[in-house]
Design a protein. Structure first.
Length: 56
């Protein structure tokens, strides 16, 4: 699966939005959204096939 940077942030915002009333400040909301985006990127990268080095 390949997502652009924008799509990752859009997904993170979508996942965070239903819980927006939990956050006291907008900064907390944005920090949580960025944390979710980082986790999404980490998960995508961990599922990406690793390129091996071929030795002759």
């Amino acid at each position: 699966m390949e997502l652009s940077e924008f799509e990752v942030f859009q997904l993170a915002a979508t996942l965070t939005a239903p819980h927006a009333n939990r956050y006291i400040t907008d900064d907390e909301y944005v920090k949580h959204m960025f944390a979710i985006a980082a986790r999404i990127k980490q998960e995508i990268n961990s599922r990406r096939p690793q390129r091996g080095v071929e030795l002759d």
